[in-house]
Structures are given as structure tokens and as C-alpha cells.
Ligand binder design. Sequence first.
Ligand code: NAD
Length: 318
Amino acid sequence: ATLEQPKTALKNRSIRRVAVLGSGIMGSRIAAHFANIGLEVLLLDIVPQQLTPAEEAKGLTLDKPAVRNRLVNDAWQNTLKATPAALYSSKFAERVKLGNFDDNLKDIGTYDWIIEAIVERLDIKRSLYERVEQFRKEGTLITSNTSGIPMHLLAEGRSDDFRRHFCGTHFFNPPRYLRLLEIIPGPDTDSAVIDFLMKYGDLYLGKTTVLCKDTPGFIANRLGIQSLVQTIRVAEDLGLTVEEVDKLTGPVVGRPKSGTFRLSDVVGLDTTVNVANNLVKMEHDESRESFQLTASMQKLMENKWLGDKTGQGYYKKT
Ligand code: NAD
């Protein structure tokens, strides 16, 4: 019976083209994952508001495509650098088209699935969805990679068709390797959409999908962020070093690459802090405290030492 179900769920929808909105740590890597299985991918990010000194020196202006696509270009180059060629299908990168929201959001009407992976802020995600509604074709899947913003808040104010095709698809970092994919329906998500995403994730994306309720932090981050913040707090209280903690929370306990602090650098501290702050807002009084930022987290945020993406976090990137 389990072999029959996927066919039914997948029968009425085919995915050939995927638009990924946001080319940060997650968006770029999600784009690579989809291109690797043979889909055409559009990857978009914001238009920079200022020229870099190098752009100025070259006489470039803010209206030039090289500048308008700078964020997405840089992010994609970083992803390619971090992508072991031997593990990806040949020419996968040629299937990825790069662009920016102002010039290319209009193109999403020709894509079968829109995946939003921009910064973890409700207001910013909502205003992008408003723009998405201008160009999205009815019936197109629209999913969010949010780490924990409730689906019902993200869906608020959207059209019926958007709400019926809107769902959380929460990939984990790095999305190529981590098998978990949380599927979080919103209040009005069609059951056919939920079925489709669960089956597609399992069959085509190589994931283990888990159906989640729309609760704060869903499942993995509700547990994971609490454990991350608490470990850092205990380490600070006991005066343990970053290396000591990572030795105890890394490979020796079955996490091949990342102890607590290394994981924080991989995830990006600003993202962790956004998720933790959202949980503080949504949690019951008794569990709020466990998500409060620790002294070192606050200090790193002040210094903008966010992790690998800024070259420095708890570790300096080599
Ligand atoms: P990131 O900081 O690497 O990327 C965020 C992207 O959002 C950037 O490319 C940035 O240019 C863009 N952005 C910033 N302001 C914007 C605006 N006003 N409008 C549109 N785009 C804007 O973050 P990330 O780690 O890739 O996270 C993206 C999403 O994925 C978030 O919802 C996050 O919670 C979630 N997520 C992150 C991880 C992780 O480990 N980092 C894991 C799972 C899910």
C-alpha cells in the first residue's frame, strides 16, 4: 500500500521548475539540491542599495545588472565553492538562473513551486508574499523555509488560492546532507498539497519528511534551539572553552562535524537569535527563560560575528 500512495499523490502535479526566493545560506543550497536532481531553478535576492568601493572604482552604477545581481551572484559563487563537484550531477549549475526581486519576480509565474528562504522576519516575509501574489500563477505551490514563524501568521492577509497552496517546508542546514524535512501545513493548506510535499520530499529529495503541527519552532527547533542556548549558558556558567564544549558535544556523541559552537557558526547567529526571540514571544512564561540569549551570544551579535557567513563567529573561518 505504501508504494501505491505516492503515485496517487504525485499524479496530478509535476515539478519541472522551482523558484527559490533568497540566496543566503539556505536558499542557495536548496537551489543547488533541486538543480542536482534535474530541475530548472530560478534563484533571486534583493538589489543592493549601495555600491561597494570596488564597484565605484570600476565606474559601475546602481542600475547595472552586475550590481543589481551582486548579492545573488556572490552567494551562488560561495555555494559553488563549497559544493564538492564529485557529489553533484554534471552541469547542475547551468540549470540555475540568477536574478533579483525587482527585475525578476515577475518571472515566477512560469515556475511550478516557489520556495521562500529569506531572512527570518515575519514583516519582511509578509511583504515579499504580497509582491509574490502579483505574479504567482493560481495553483502554484508556495512554501516557506522558516525555522519557526507560525504558518498562520505568514498566511494572514493572503488570497484563498495562496493559502490553499501555502505550506512550511523546513529544510535543515546543510540541505544536501541533512535528511529531515519538516512539513508544516497552514490553517488552509489543501490536503492534496500536504500529501504531495510529503511524498515528493521522500521520493525525489532524499528526505525523511515529518508532518508538524503549527506550533512555535515546530519540532526540531523547539528542541534544538533550547538545547543550543542552554548548552552555551551552562558553558558560560562553568567557564568552559569553546573547544572543550565542542569536543564533548561533537563527534564523540555522534555528531560527525559540529559541536554546539561550530553548529552556531554554520547556522548563523542572527538566524538562531531570530528563532530564539520568536520563541520567547510565543512561549509560555515558564519556558521563556530557556530561550533568552546568553552573554556571549549578545556580545557576538554586537560585534556582528555571526558565524561562517561573516568570516567570524565563535570560530574564525579559515
Ligand atoms: P541568510 O541570512 O543566509 O539569508 C537570508 C537572505 O534574505 C539573504 O540572502 C538576504 O539578502 C535576504 N534578505 C534580507 N533582507 C531582505 C528583504 N528585506 N527582502 C528580501 N530578502 C531579504 O539566512 P538563511 O540562514 O539562509 O535563512 C533563510 C531562511 O531559512 C530563514 O527563514 C531561516 O530561519 C531558515 N533556516 C535557516 C537555517 C540555517 O541553518 N541557517 C536552517 C533552516 C532554516
